[in-house]
Design a protein around this ligand. Structure first.
Ligand SMILES: [Zn+2]
Ligand SMILES: [Zn+2]
Length: 586
């Protein structure tokens, strides 16, 4: 990206204001409606819910039982609700029930551990990550022992499916890391190679966290797919990212095999339930459920180009399968149904509207996944020595480019810090201008910036020619370094800000309040990768910590991995064909 161009193009574009306007339309209160009790309804697998024939949230209709609306009401099913806690009304709007809905009872099985005074859940709750060591007991027994019940679980009501004892016994990560005796974790030096022993420990720690399959293995597979649909992917799944980074910094085959477990799982899900995958990938956030597929395929194909002797025919076939399946899943959203494309962006209208309205952190990891996907297709094409995938590559690169150009158009390269700033979500020219700088209505907070940055890093690695190049990454590093090292005055107090603002923004209207949830936090490991673009970056992120606290923070697993990953990205700047840093060649 040309910084000089961005400096000129301040975010004063009003072109897309109209498209954003629909967000303002309020949903009026739902009026009571009459429905024929003989209407056919489809019964969910996970929760006691039923849906209408044409409900947009209904998945796998052909695999579901049906009954009548009257029967469902009498049996206590929740009618026409979806979402994690059942707060969305997806169908049968305005339905007036005749009978009470089923609630949790004394005998409902709730799960959790016996040590902490945390709330107890129904398996499948979005607030609960079960582990095989957790207990499953009737609600009344937990309550008798002084435990509380999760309010989301109460609101949502009972489950319709369970997890078998056999599957329960496999839940949770292996957790089999044992530190060698006498080993004390120590921070990695940003510029020095850790010892082989330290790297092997990092590998062991990573492997002990498993493959991080997200949805639970219910007895009814439809229930698992409904559980999958409620998963959020706007941030990269932490462990998939760990595996990916650990591979890039070690080249270790055990790590790659574990990433493959996730890739194969989501490949199988996509092939067996394409309609579910396509619905999940209906917006960019959902693309990222295929991150491990894209990353595994890319690594295999990079290797096949560089060291063909090390890659088997089966591995090549599998990588191509992952990419073909991704193309099948992405097609309806990214290629559309043949109706007119958005006149400004040249991508399907619904996708363009999503770009122009959704918070950037929600989409960027999905866009980053597309970047990896297109780079892998280019590798595949080079190996096959043909141009069969070129139209697909061109199309998906255009999708990424349109998204990035739109994001850049909403952002600001500040001439004072040479840093890149952007609003939490598109503001489409509504930011007021002061001294030639935009004052965003809501500047991005550092937590969400870290999600966005992860997608951006994927694009830097896979497709820098689309705009996320060395110059842009340096601008991001500049903004975050400044944010961590320069106090602002907010409500009369001198503080480091939890929002990433340029000096004019923080002077004219410092965003945020004391005690709001976006306070400054030092040593965010997601930002450590930017050490590849500024040698003082990690020091800057830790500037508010004393030496003891800094060493303690940087000795944590996440920080050691991120510090080493920054070394990989720094080496990648010099050699774009680099697959991984030292280690086992496979
Ligand atoms: Zn519904
Ligand atoms: Zn719960």
């Amino acid at each position: 990206m040309k910084i000089s161009k961005l400096l000129k193009d301040s975010p004063t574009s009003f072109i897309h204001m109209l498209a954003a306007g629909f967000l303002l339309a309020s949903s009026a209160a739902v009026r009571a409606e009459e429905y024929d009790p003989a209407t056919k309804v489809h019964v969910d697998g996970l929760w006691l819910r039923v849906h209408a024939e044409d409900c947009p949230a209904l998945i796998l209709k052909e695999e579901k039982k049906t009954m009548t609306l009257g029967e469902a009401d009498k049996a206590g099913y929740r009618i026409g609700v979806s979402g994690q806690s059942g707060r969305e009304n997806c169908c049968f709007k305005g339905y007036q029930r005749k009978h009470p809905q089923k609630e949790l009872t004394d005998d409902t099985i709730l799960c959790g551990n016996n040590e902490k005074r945390n709330v107890k859940h129904v398996a499948g709750c979005h607030r609960y990550w079960p582990d095989r060591s957790d207990l499953r007991r009737p609600l009344k027994d937990w309550v008798a022992d002084g435990f509380k019940v999760c309010p989301h679980c109460r609101e949502r009501g009972p489950a319709a499916s369970t997890i078998s004892d056999e599957e329960w016994g496999k839940l949770g990560p292996p957790g089999n890391f044992t530190a060698p005796s006498g080993w004390v974790p120590k921070a990695f030096h940003p510029d020095r190679l850790p010892s082989p022993e330290e790297l092997e420990i990092l590998i062991q720690e990573t492997l002990s966290k498993g493959a991080a399959i997200q949805e639970l293995p219910f007895v009814d597979p439809v229930a698992s797919m409904e559980n999958f649909m409620t998963m959020r992917f706007f941030f990269p799944v932490h462990q998939w990212l760990n595996l990916y980074m650990a591979y890039r910094v070690t080249g270790d085959s055990r790590i790659r095999d574990t990433l493959l477990v996730s890739a194969r799982h989501y490949h199988k899900l996509s092939v067996e339930h394409p309609s579910v995958g396509q619905l999940k990938a209906g917006v960019p956030e959902g693309f990222a459920y295929m991150f491990s597929m894209a990353a595994s395929a890319r690594i295999t194909l990079q290797m096949a180009r560089k060291r063909p002797d090390l890659v088997s025919r089966d591995e090549l076939v599998e990588a191509e399968d992952f990419l073909r399946t991704m193309a099948m899943i992405l097609k309806p959203t990214c290629e559309g149904d043949g109706s007119a494309l958005d006149p400004d962006m040249g991508v399907p209208k619904a996708l363009a509207d999503d770009f122009r309205t959704r918070a950037f952190n929600r989409s960027m990891n999905g866009i980053g996944t597309l970047g990896i996907f297109t780079a892998a297709l280019e590798d595949l094409q080079a190996i096959k020595k043909n141009k069969a995938f070129q139209p697909m590559i061109d199309h998906y690169q255009k999708v990424v480019k349109e998204y990035l150009e739109y994001w850049f158009s909403q952002g600001h390269i500040c001439p004072e810090t040479r840093g890149f700033y952007y609003p939490y979500k598109p503001e489409n020219g509504k930011a007021r201008m002061e001294e030639g700088h935009p004052v965003f209505r809501r500047p991005e907070d550092a937590g969400h910036y870290s999600h966005t940055l992860q997608g951006v890093v994927f694009l830097y690695e896979s497709a820098p020619e689309l705009g996320v190049d060395d110059e842009f990454m340096t601008a991001v590093a500049n903004a975050l370094h400044h944010n961590s090292t320069t106090k602002i005055v907010r409500q009369g107090r001198s503080v480091l800000s939890g929002h990433v603002e340029c000096p004019v923004m923080s002077k004219v209207r410092p965003y945020g309040k004391r005690n709001d949830k976006h306070q400054y936090s030092p040593a965010r490991e997601r930002f450590y990768v930017l050490q590849a673009f500024r040698d003082d970056l990690i020091d800057g992120l830790c500037a508010s910590l004393n030496e003891t606290r800094k060493q303690a923070a940087n000795s944590e697993y996440d920080k050691r991995l991120a510090t080493r990953y920054a070394q990989y990205v720094k080496a990648l700047r010099k050699d774009r064909r680099l697959i991984h840093l030292v280690g086992n060649p496979r």
